[in-house]
Write a protein that binds this ligand. Structure first.
Ligand SMILES: NC(=O)c1ccc[n+]([C@@H]2O[C@H](COP(=O)([O-])OP(=O)(O)OC[C@H]3O[C@@H](n4cnc5c(N)ncnc54)[C@H](OP(=O)(O)O)[C@@H]3O)[C@@H](O)[C@H]2O)c1
Length: 261
């Protein structure tokens, strides 16, 4: 559970303007934490954070910023100033869809910047003070795609796998320091982007609030969470019962259906 004394007084949510990130920001505010939110769209971010702050009576700070910038962590540290960040949620992602060789390399490298380089830099910048204080929470939002190679989402799935494996290692490193580290690996979530970009559902679609409830609820209990009972069952089948090549082909087939190929 997210707890203000253990994980406050501020939560920094990277990717807070809408979708799952906005729900993570709302969940942190509901637990009494102030919220620092990051996204590129300045107006949408400010409106989301203002509404969250009013609903829960907590302070908020909007930091419009492109996390693909190499100096994103440094810029954020400066904007955060002396606010004590007790919780870091990295939710922002870039997901290029399509065959890897058909898109310019810069597309894949942008996904690496947003999904890998920036969260590593933020964890490094804000995780150190947490470890020194002996408390805090770090949530890396990965995906069920982070368990298997996935055709048409090969780079995205690779970055999500990095997040999962890295975060599991960090969980073990920071346990003794009192910092709760968790990687959350959702399946489909009915966010505005998911609804705008997909052609057909290929499994259960969770709502963002449920994903957030389960994710914050798992803090301090385990390194890895797949939200949703049906998703956990699917994960067991794909990960343990099916041969690896078949699992990869099934993931690729469902991605092609999802994106209307
Ligand atoms: N939705 C799903 O079905 C699903 C399933 C599994 C995993 N996930 C993971 O859950 C997370 C959120 O998904 P979502 O559907 O809510 O995604 P989304 O709608 O794309 O939201 C991502 C958030 O990140 C921000 N963002 C994106 N790129 C950014 C950048 N370069 N710099 C700063 N902010 C940036 C977006 O705001 P701006 O556009 O204003 O910058 C938005 O606030 C992602 O990590 C995704 O991989 C989602």
């Amino acid at each position: 559970m997210l707890d203000r004394r253990r994980h406050g007084p501020w939560a920094l949510v990277a990717g807070a303007s809408e979708g799952l990130g906005a729900a993570f920001a709302e969940g942190a505010a509901a637990a009494g934490l102030g919220v620092i939110g990051v996204a590129r769209s300045e107006g949408k971010l400010a409106a989301t954070l203002d509404a969250i702050g009013r609903r829960h009576g907590v302070p908020t700070l909007a930091v419009p910023l492109d996390l693909a910038r190499p100096d994103a962590a440094a810029v954020l540290r400066e904007r955060v100033a002396d606010r004590e960040v007790g919780t870091l949620v990295y939710d922002a992602a870039y997901a290029p869809v399509g065959a890897f060789l058909d898109a310019p390399l810069s597309d894949a490298l942008l996904a690496v910047d947003v999904n890998v380089r920036a969260p590593l830099a933020l964890v490094h910048a804000f995780g150190g003070p947490m470890a020194t204080r002996g408390r805090g929470a770090i949530v890396w939002v990965s995906s069920m795609s982070g368990f298997h190679g996935t055709a048409r989402l090969a780079t995205y799935a690779g970055t999500k796998a990095f997040g999962r494996v890295f975060t599991e290692g960090l969980w073990d490193e920071l346990r003794a320091a009192g910092v709760d580290v968790l990687v959350s690996c959702p399946g489909a979530v009915g966010t505005p982007r998911y609804l705008a970009t997909t052609a057909k559902d290929v499994g259960p679609v969770m709502d963002a609030e449920q994903v957030v409830r389960e994710t914050y609820g798992a803090l301090g209990h385990r390194p890895t969470l797949v939200p949703g009972r049906v998703n956990r069952a699917a994960r067991r089948v794909l990960g343990r019962l099916l041969p690896g090549a078949l699992a990869v082909r099934l993931m690729g087939r469902s991605t092609r259906t999802l994106y209307g190929e």
